[in-house]
Design a protein around this ligand. Structure first.
Ligand SMILES: C[S@@+](CC[C@H](N)C(=O)[O-])C[C@H]1O[C@@H](n2cnc3c(N)ncnc32)[C@H](O)[C@@H]1O
Length: 256
């Protein structure tokens, strides 16, 4: 095959997160496949377009193809099964789009929020497509600044204390308890402020919403002191903008 698909991490919101390697990759693409998740996240699609406008060299005019995301049943009790169905449908649509839009000899590209290795399904979907064998392509991954990295930089804290272990997890998992063998946890995809259950423990939180963007909000301190403030500011921001993306580092203080 001489069809290529680039998976380009574009950073977590600040256009300056885009690496030199990503800029070079952006300028190799003949076509961008832009995933659209619905009106709530239009702003993210706009940001991707801004990044293209800013970094495309003169004379380059790649095609831009929108890939509407299949609707996802978020109320389903069988969460894992619902995600699996949704991924299968997504992979059928993306496979068809790659076959249709990226000609032999061309380069197609996906712009992935943050880093493609952190809670993002693009690489899994591409593996699915390749496994089905309907379309073949080579693919390359260009890493980006992930939201946990952007968060830690804004709070000027490292992920771990001396020789400590760090876990990256979801709000859903944190709601079941703090991991036994980590002192520091990076929490993503938390719709319910799972940190609240640790309000009576010795934990510090470093929280950030829309990190790297003009709407950025940062709050840090003992969960006992700042937990309520985070819940309140999160709700306000979500109400105002219609959507939210937030991440936090939760750490035992002191480590065990
Ligand atoms: C589907 S994951 C994608 C993560 C992405 N691949 C990354 O490297 O950051 C979406 C979650 O990332 C986090 N997130 C992404 N961008 C963020 C930002 N600018 N500020 C705070 N959290 C962010 C939120 O926890 C959000 O729920």
């Amino acid at each position: 095959v001489n069809r290529t698909v680039l998976v380009i991490g574009i950073g977590a919101g600040d256009p300056d997160h885009v690496t030199v390697q990503a800029i070079k990759a952006i300028n190799r693409a003949d076509v961008f496949l832009v995933v659209e998740k619905g009106p709530d996240t239009d702003e993210l699609v706009v940001l991707r377009h801004l990044i293209l406008d800013r970094h495309l060299e003169e004379g380059r005019a790649p095609r831009i193809v929108a890939l509407p995301d299949p609707p996802r049943d978020r109320r389903s009790q069988a969460y894992a099964a619902a995600v699996e169905d949704w991924r299968a449908e997504r992979s059928r649509r993306w496979g068809a789009a790659i076959a249709r839009e990226v000609a032999e000899g061309e380069v197609g590209a996906f712009l992935v929020w943050g880093d493609p290795a952190v809670y993002d399904s693009t690489l899994a979907v591409l593996d699915h497509i390749l496994a089905r064998g309907e379309v073949s392509f080579a693919h390359e991954v260009i890493p980006g600044i992930s939201s946990p990295q952007a968060l830690a930089a804004r709070h000027r804290v490292p992920f771990n204390r001396v020789a400590g272990a760090v876990q990256i997890t979801t709000g859903r998992r944190l709601a079941q308890g703090f991991p036994a063998d980590a002192d520091d946890v990076l929490v993503m995809l938390d719709a319910t402020c799972a940190f609240q259950r640790f309000a009576n423990t010795d934990m510090d939180i470093y929280w950030g919403a829309y990190v790297g963007t003009a709407d950025e909000i940062l709050v840090a301190g003992p969960v006992a002191d700042v937990g309520d403030e985070i819940v309140r500011r999160r709700a306000e921001a979500r109400e105002r903008k219609g959507w939210i993306m937030d991440t936090y580092l939760l750490r035992r203080s002191p480590p065990r």
